[in-house]
Design a protein around this ligand. Structure first.
Ligand SMILES: O=C(O)c1ccc[n+]([C@@H]2O[C@H](COP(=O)([O-])O)[C@@H](O)[C@H]2O)c1
Ligand SMILES: Cc1cc2nc[nH]c2cc1C
Length: 348
């Protein structure tokens, strides 16, 4: 599998960044998490005056063999391709928020079960017409999994080469909360039942059935143990591509905006392959999907927002982006005691 050379940012600049933020004309710490984000982006970019350029959200779409069971997902598989059309015609949730905040949007077909026939605006990286059903066999072959990582990396490189230094990740795939739950359970050693939730709208009876099916999946593949094999067995094409894109974006020293449950499961995979990726992440929000809080706890993450969102598509990342911009603006534009005619006695 492709390996990545992610460097942990040099922490030598941290002290100066903290001093710069503490010396602003405000009580120390009074801008809360925004201060942490300003410092984090400064460390990532190795500058006291960070800038966000060409913010971009990449939405990866794919289908999942498990959806054919008709048990784990409350919506039919066709919604995946229908939503891809919706993304391209500008009508989906992610379109509303990227438009509002002036964020570029890329839509990638990682493996949707539909022939889009060279649809204008769609980035065609289709691996196959959906994964296999992991109730019966691994979701993908080793070669497919490796190709996903490479294609994801190439997408991140192309976004970077268009001048972006901040990338958000989104996904669309009916059934993909099941993949996310399985990846989380296997990679964190947690019982599958603790990782499963309502997804895109199962009722409580449906959640019980989803847990039973996913328990059977875990038992069928009980001997699978390496991160690569876990991704190949339980992953989705979009999740694997996102993991590759995250690793490449971190290698390129971009800031990574982390969305909800499925995106964080892709980050879990990426971080097991290369833990340094975490140094480049800003967590956008806490999803309403219960497993997300546990994943965030594992990363010791304090996301910017908790709005009960559970849409996916990168919507949480898009909504949080202006706050990241505010963090960057505060470090650049807020007056400091050095320049203002105010005493800084209280801040010493
Ligand atoms: O981002 C989240 O936290 C999130 C939580 C629940 C559902 N989703 C979205 O809903 C779809 C998956 O739900 P499901 O029930 O079909 O597994 C997929 O397209 C995701 O974008 C997204
Ligand atoms: C309509 C719909 C839109 C979505 N966007 C992301 N996941 C989704 C799932 C459904 C069902």
């Amino acid at each position: 599998m492709k390996t990545f050379n992610i460097q942990s940012p040099d922490q030598a600049i941290l002290e100066q960044l903290v001093h710069k933020v503490n010396n602003k004309t405000k009580p120390k710490g009074s801008l809360g998490i925004l201060e942490d984000i300003a410092i984090k982006i400064g460390v990532i970019q190795q500058t006291l005056s960070p800038k966000l350029s060409k913010p971009t959200i990449a939405v990866f779409a794919a289908d999942h063999g498990i959806a054919e069971e008709g048990v784990v997902n409350p919506n039919p598989q066709e919604v995946t391709w229908q939503m891809v059309y919706n993304f391209l015609s500008g009508g989906a949730g992610i379109n509303v928020f990227t438009k509002q905040h002036n964020i570029a949007l890329k839509v990638i077909d990682s493996g949707v079960k539909y022939d889009f026939k060279n649809l204008l605006g769609l980035i065609d990286e289709k691996i196959d017409l959906g994964t296999k059903n992991y109730l019966h066999q691994p979701a993908m072959t080793k070669a497919q999994c490796e190709t996903c990582i490479e294609k994801g990396a190439a997408i991140a490189t192309s976004i970077y080469s268009e001048g972006s230094n901040i990338i958000g990740f989104g996904e669309m795939g009916i059934g993909n909360t099941s993949s996310a739950s399985l990846l989380m359970s296997k990679l964190l050693g947690m019982p599958i039942e603790d990782c499963v939730g309502m997804g895109a709208g199962l009722n409580s009876e449906g959640v019980v059935k989803k847990k039973q099916v996913l328990r059977a999946v875990i038992e069928k593949h009980s001997s699978v143990s390496s991160t690569e094999d876990i991704l190949q067995t339980f992953g989705g094409f979009e999740i694997a591509m996102i993991a590759g894109a995250m690793l490449q974006a971190a290698e390129l020293k971009m800031g990574l905006l982390i969305d909800g449950f499925i995106i964080t499961s892709a980050l879990l995979v990426a971080s097991k392959l290369n833990p340094q990726v975490i140094d480049y992440c800003v967590f956008a929000h806490t999803s309403g999907e219960p497993g997300h809080q546990k994943l965030l706890d594992y990363f010791k993450a304090k996301p910017l927002l908790n709005l009960g969102l559970r849409l996916g598509e990168g919507t949480g990342a898009a909504i949080a982006f202006p706050l990241v911009q505010s963090a960057v603006n505060l470090i650049n534009e807020l007056a400091s005691f050095d320049s203002a005619s105010v005493s800084n006695k209280g801040n010493e």
